[in-house]
Design a protein around this ligand. Structure first.
Ligand SMILES: NC(=O)c1ccc[n+]([C@@H]2O[C@H](COP(=O)([O-])OP(=O)(O)OC[C@H]3O[C@@H](n4cnc5c(N)ncnc54)[C@H](OP(=O)(O)O)[C@@H]3O)[C@@H](O)[C@H]2O)c1
Length: 285
């Protein structure tokens, strides 16, 4: 059984690819740059298809000799629905036996565009007649990796949220393993799974865990949205991306991001990783 994996060169895609390879699956990666192939082969991919999610003909060609697909969309993309629709259309004409869609937890939070677009894409998938599995992962623990150097340099864990707001962050490794299980093992068709981490942690709690692991004090601080915008623009983010990030951060800041780990625990057949374990892994890197 060959599984087509989209966004394979991204952060999530690489983690899912590794988990699929560990599970012995044969994976064809969908990439838009041939130069990405050697590294993905190293991670366990069996073949690649060169394509662009904006071009239906490249998607159609990529599905040749595939039995199933794990579709991961580019983050916060304005065309999430159109892109997913192209993969759904091609999967139908190729008669794929399984369409795993990597969505987000609480797609019904319509005020956040990429949540709402994933909800619309889920609806299209459910109504497509394809055998599907929808995965709804929560925010990753791995957001810490993006600010890790700064945490070490400054002693401050700074995120754009009220420091007492709770999130059930999940380890991307667990989410990737759960994705591989849902895509390769029987019993997961026509399911929609909310995937959340085991602890409800505030930024202050996270700073406490990091302090314990490092053996020195790390302080939690809420970054202002103005600063988030300034950082994003300095990093070259588009106007659209900046707007979506600010909307998301504002929304999470207002409502938090709670989830329940039961489903992830059941799929994995073990306890999901704790934040402390993740921080230890990061610190040992
Ligand atoms: N971060 C979280 O906490 C979280 C939580 C839940 C769900 N998610 C979801 O996870 C998904 C993946 O996020 P990520 O952070 O892993 O993304 P990422 O690292 O930015 O990777 C996105 C990948 O998509 C590829 N891509 C973009 N446009 C493309 C196109 N037109 N044609 C072909 N490939 C294209 C990119 O290719 P190149 O490598 O060539 O640029 C890249 O490899 C998103 O849908 C996000 O909403 C994330």
């Amino acid at each position: 059984m060959t599984i087509l994996l989209t966004a394979a060169n991204g952060r999530t895609g690489r983690a899912v690819l590794k988990a699929l390879a560990n599970a012995g699956a044969e994976v064809k990666v969908f990439v838009r740059d041939e130069g990405q192939w050697p590294a993905l082969k190293e991670l366990g991919a069996a073949s690649f298809a060169l394509g662009d999610m904006e071009y239906a003909s490249t998607i159609d060609a990529a599905m040749d000799s595939c039995d199933g697909i794990i579709h991961i969309g580019p983050p916060m993309h304005p065309n999430e629905v159109e892109i997913t629709g192209r993969f759904i259309g091609a999967a139908r004409s190729h008669g794929l036996s399984r369409f795993v869609y990597y969505s987000v937890m609480h797609p019904l939070r319509r005020a956040v565009r990429h949540h709402r677009l994933k909800l619309d894409a889920e609806e299209e998938l459910i109504e497509s007649g394809l055998p599907y599995t929808i995965l709804q992962p929560i925010r990753y623990m791995q957001h810490l990796a993006m600010i890790w150097k700064k945490v070490l340099d400054t002693g401050v864990h700074a995120m754009p949220f009220n420091v007492d707001l709770k999130f059930n962050v999940a380890d991307l490794r667990d989410l990737a393993e759960a994705t591989a299980i849902a895509a390769t093992q029987p019993g997961h068709l026509y399911a929609t799974y909310e995937l959340a981490g085991p602890e409800a942690l505030s930024q202050r709690d996270m700073a406490g865990v990091i302090s314990r692991v490092l053996g020195r004090e790390i302080r939690a601080e809420a970054v202002s949205l103005q600063q988030v915008e300034k950082n994003a623009r300095a990093a070259g983010a588009s106007d659209d991306r900046v707007t979506q990030m600010l909307t998301m951060n504002e929304h999470y800041d207002q409502f938090g991001f709670h989830g329940n780990p039961n489903v992830l625990r059941w799929i994995l057949g073990r306890e999901p990783n704790t934040y402390e374990n993740y921080v230890k892994r990061l610190a040992a890197r």
